[in-house]
Design a protein around this ligand. Structure first.
Ligand SMILES: [Zn+2]
Length: 430
């Protein structure tokens, strides 16, 4: 055996040993939670019955609705007095989900974020603008403490006042920024309208909503940065579950801290590398709120080939959450697919809004798309041609007929946090 292969094998074994010991610890920790006591005993399991990583299969899934039903503190595995911080998820329906953190959790989380930023080449002394919401949303404080841990110079800019954000980038020599991809696009638009240059920027870290490869190209050109995709969810601390390396081709999972499975969402069967399905995550170091086999609703796949950077397991970029998925006349559509198509066409801007209606018992999707300035001031005949072109491109990509409505530049809403690009007027008909 070549030395390299031997090292690989040893490394793989060391990782598996670490994962197994942490999985056992996590199951024991979860057994402090009433919900898991019941679930484990129903499945005839105890912490001692986890002897190998394959035993993970025997553990029942945890669903978002379980967490909602545990509101507010039903999933804490430690006394509430040991919880030093609380975040909540943005509950679109009903009660939000509460996530508690012990001091050790906050430490682990900061380390994970610091690893993300180290991986993309940031170092002590770099100037970092954190342009996300600092409230209960985990992206703000999560990145903030991770960046401070590394010794970056942190500007807690939060969202809003975009002109001021641009001035800070210029005045403080900011080289790295973290925000949602939609806000990054807005920042680029405003900077262009001010004819402001942001030459110091080199690194953009974008997360909290799915975004496409065309969006990456657009952001990299307009902001003159390398754009990295960040993945996480509040139920697992927040951001810091997986992140892109300098190859920018899929996200590495921090697999000493998160055990990831891809399953068929209908059958629950585990899928192999290269097969698309729902990501299920078991965090391995969470103290206040351990979770077992959490159904994320996020659709992705393990990538088959290794990575040029030499790091381990990678997942493909998330195409959408099952929550974001629209079912239009039986066809699954993610807003990120629409974005991808629109960004590939000339004559239109990046902003769009999707309206879904039911007309004569049929789903109808209308997509409002902003024209760019040049087209807007042009001839009407061109508009008809452009509308046809957009409709045809969407039809090709989605396999679905849609209505396209071209609207004035600047007329659609801009988003500082997560973009809300879909309005479903169909209501609950089933
Ligand atoms: Zn890599």
């Amino acid at each position: 055996m070549f030395w390299n292969e031997k090292m690989e094998t040893l490394r793989g074994r060391a990782l598996a040993d670490l994962q197994l010991s942490r999985l056992k610890w996590t199951v024991a920790q979860a057994a402090h939670v009433g919900f898991y006591q019941r679930k484990l005993s129903e499945a005839n399991l105890s912490p001692a019955s986890i002897r190998s990583l394959d035993d993970l299969d025997k553990i029942p899934f945890t669903y978002k609705k379980d967490l909602r039903e545990g509101y507010p503190f039903g999933f804490l595995a430690v006394p509430r007095q040991q919880v030093v911080r609380i975040h909540t998820t943005s509950g679109t329906t009903g009660k939000p989900t509460v996530v508690g953190y012990t001091r050790a959790d906050l430490d682990n989380w900061s380390d994970l974020i610091a690893r993300n930023m180290t991986m993309v080449g940031l170092r002590q002394g770099d100037v970092f603008q954190n342009a996300v919401n600092y409230g209960l949303f985990t992206g703000g404080l999560g990145f903030h403490y991770g960046a401070e841990r590394m010794g970056l110079t942190v500007i807690p800019a939060a969202t809003g006042n975009t002109k001021r954000q641009i001035e800070m980038i210029q005045d403080f020599g900011v080289n790295a920024i973290h925000c949602t991809p939609s806000y990054a696009m807005h920042l680029a638009e405003v900077a262009e309208s001010m004819e402001a240059r942001m030459d110091s920027l080199t690194t953009g870290m974008f997360g909290a909503e799915p975004w496409s490869e065309n969006m990456r190209r657009e952001l990299e050109t307009r902001l003159q940065v390398k754009a990295y995709d960040s993945y996480g969810l509040s139920e697992m601390y927040g951001p810091g579950v997986a992140f892109e390396c300098p190859e920018r081709d899929g996200l590495h999972i921090w697999h000493d801290s998160y055990l990831v499975e891809i399953i068929d969402p209908r059958t629950g069967e585990r899928l192999g590398d290269g097969e698309r399905g729902e990501m299920v995550i078991t965090p391995l170091v969470k103290e206040a709120m351990p979770l077992l086999r959490y159904r994320t609703g996020d659709i992705t796949q393990f990538m088959e080939d290794g990575c040029g950077c030499g790091r381990g397991q990678k997942i493909a970029r998330i195409t959408g959450r099952s929550d974001d998925m629209l079912v239009i006349r039986g066809i699954n559509v993610f807003p990120s697919q629409i974005e991808h198509v629109l960004l590939s066409l000339d004559g239109i801007g990046q902003q769009f809004m999707v309206h879904v209606d039911r007309v004569n018992h049929l789903d109808e999707m209308t997509i409002e798309v902003e024209m760019n300035r040049a087209v807007f001031s042009g001839e009407l005949a061109d508009l008809a041609r452009l509308q046809k072109k957009v409709t045809a491109a969407l039809h090709d990509a989605l396999g679905l007929r849609t209505q396209v409505k071209l609207v004035e530049p600047g007329s659609l809403p801009r988003f500082e946090g997560k973009a809300k690009r879909v309005v479903d007027h169909r209501g609950q008909l089933w």
